[in-house]
Ligand binder design. Structure first.
Ligand code: TRP
Ligand code: SF4
Length: 519
């Protein structure tokens, strides 16, 4: 990165798009931390300790963020079912950026996941305008590389969007939960957007939930952060298909999500104001909240006001924690069955039932079981993990359309060698300066090659390159030579494995040639 770039890095420069996430744009991300604040992606750091044997991309913080990965890690630790799925738009040759995703799928499969990989051919045709002939050619190349990198096709599932009937049915059902205004808000679609492009979005929603068609299970979608808008929508749609919504409640009146913590705090403080400590009344809590400025100060004025009013209206009703099941779109039979199965004290209302003796987790499990028993999908919200984008070998973004910026998995190994040798580095102008100041591995595409790929599972090796570079003991000429040789070896080996995978692929039940001809 040059100094001029740094100057625009701070406050939003006009037109700065550093955190705009656009699945079909050329989004680059200059500040990954912003994704945490602006989109609610969580830092992977927070869950890595819960992963039994984290992948090197996790250990090196190349996988930097996640949504809801905890439930996947839990399943992994407890030997419960979970799934991993990702998709590939066959718009060009698979390259070393895709290899990261292939590795993530394969690794999850090795950790026990039901693994899925799909060719997003409908999306490539609709959103990128590729012809079916081009798509067929590239589709095969993605699958061969995935197999060569260790995907177990007997255990896992491979499909093309266009050839998967069940997927299309699911897409259709999910489409019934979404509307154009949402697409407008999320993707910037407008009156000019063609309908097939929109259809490719519902298809991706179906991809993401497809592993749960047979059985609900935590599912991780490894992707780049540009795909996060899809994740947010998929998580939303998954929830919208659910029969019941389980929440915590404190009285017959409904408190919304930002009110509930305040009510919970008021309940916890009941001994301070309730005449009968075992049975605080709503009105007592309201009075106390009005007077206890300390507690109320931590909440929005509007929230406090609304909570106080609701509690006042409830009057002498006891304030009492409970689990509430809302009927969102359950059949009558399913709602009846749920009521039957709630153990212990319960109260049935129009459209919801309150349970006083079960905990949240039991309630969630029950709601899911009843839904599935009555023909619902029972989707659990899909999880995601996000990896950093690799820098292009020539600096800037790694792009399929600039051959020198990336290494294709199909590149002649000698070309791979040459591309590494020609790459930009984080080195200093002269060898002396480099010895004196050290190089800048954090700004070096060659160092990235080591960390993302060439060092493989060997952390010590990756760290040694980093330390030697930063300490000035490593000079770029030798460093690139070493990387170039490793890259050449990797490509040779990978391509050999691709050849071996040819036969395997022929025998698999995955459509290689679409019947759509020259459109
Ligand atoms: N939209 C993805 C891309 O541009 C491809 C894709 C389609 C995908 N379906 C998916 C990715 C499901 C993850 C999960 O590359
Ligand atoms: Fe990059 Fe290697 Fe040069 Fe360091 S020594 S700047 S890692 S090429």
């Amino acid at each position: 990165m040059t100094d001029t770039d740094n100057e625009t890095d701070g406050e939003d420069a006009p037109g700065a798009d550093s955190v705009a996430l656009d699945p079909w744009g050329s989004s680059t991300v200059s500040d990954y931390r912003k994704l945490f604040e602006e989109f609610g992606i969580e830092s992977f750091d927070d869950v890595i300790d819960e992963v039994p044997d984290p992948h090197f991309l996790m250990r090196r913080a190349i996988i930097f963020g996640h949504r809801d990965y905890r439930r996947v890690a839990d399943a992994m630790r407890n030997d419960e079912p979970f799934a991993a799925l990702s998709g590939f738009m066959p718009t060009g040759d698979p390259h070393i950026g895709h290899k990261m995703v292939f590795d993530e799928i394969v690794w999850h499969q090795q950790q026990g996941a039901d693994a899925y990989a799909l060719i997003a051919d409908l999306e490539a045709h609709a959103a990128r305008g590729l012809s079916w002939d081009e798509i067929d050619e590239h589709a095969k190349d993605y699958l061969l590389s995935l197999l060569a990198l260790g995907f177990d096709a007997e255990e896992g599932t491979l499909y093309r969007q266009s050839a998967n009937r069940e997927l299309q049915d699911l897409a259709f059902e999910l489409g019934a939960e979404a509307n154009f205004s949402e697409f407008e808000a999320i993707y910037g679609f407008d009156g000019e957007t063609d309908v097939s492009h929109m259809q490719s979005v519902v298809t991706q929603m179906a991809d993401i939930l497809y592993p749960q068609l047979e059985e609900s299970k935590p599912t991780v979608i490894p992707v780049g952060p540009d795909q996060d808008p899809h994740m947010r929508l998929a998580r939303d749609l998954a929830e919208r298909t659910r029969y019941f919504k389980v929440t915590e409640a404190y009285a017959s009146v409904a408190f919304d999500d930002d009110e509930r913590p305040l009510v919970a705090a008021a309940y916890d403080a009941r001994e301070q104001y309730a005449e009968d400590h075992g049975s605080p009344r709503c009105a007592e809590a309201a009075d106390w909240l009005r007077e206890d400025a300390d507690l109320a100060a931590a909440y929005d004025d509007e929230v406090v006001e609304s909570v106080v009013q609701k509690l006042d209206n409830a009057g002498m009703e006891p304030l009492r924690p409970r689990i509430r099941f809302f009927d969102r779109q359950a059949t009558d039979e399913a709602f009846e069955a749920l009521i039957d199965e709630v153990a212990g004290e319960k109260r049935v209302f129009e459209g919801h039932v309150d349970a006083f003796e079960i905990d949240r987790e039991t309630a969630e499990d029950l709601a899911l079981a009843v839904e599935v028993d009555h023909g619902g999908y029972g989707f659990v919200p899909p999880s995601s993990i996000y990896h950093r984008f690799m820098t292009g070998l020539t600096g800037g973004k790694m792009s399929s359309s600039i051959p020198a910026s990336h290494i294709s998995l199909l590149d002649d190994p000698e070309d791979g060698y040459d591309k590494v040798k020609a790459a930009t580095t984080g080195g200093r102008e002269t060898a002396e300066k480099q010895r004196e100041l050290g190089g800048e591995p954090d700004k070096c595409p060659v160092y990235e090659l080591y960390a993302y790929l060439l060092a493989g599972d060997d952390d010590e090796f990756a760290e040694r390159v980093y330390e030697e570079c930063a300490g000035g003991e490593r000079l770029c000429g030798g460093c690139k030579e070493e990387a170039a040789e490793l890259m050449e070896e990797f490509l040779e080996d990978h391509q050999e494995k691709r050849e071996e995978a040819e036969e395997l692929l022929e025998g698999l039940d995955v459509e290689l040639n679409s019947a759509r001809g020259g459109l």
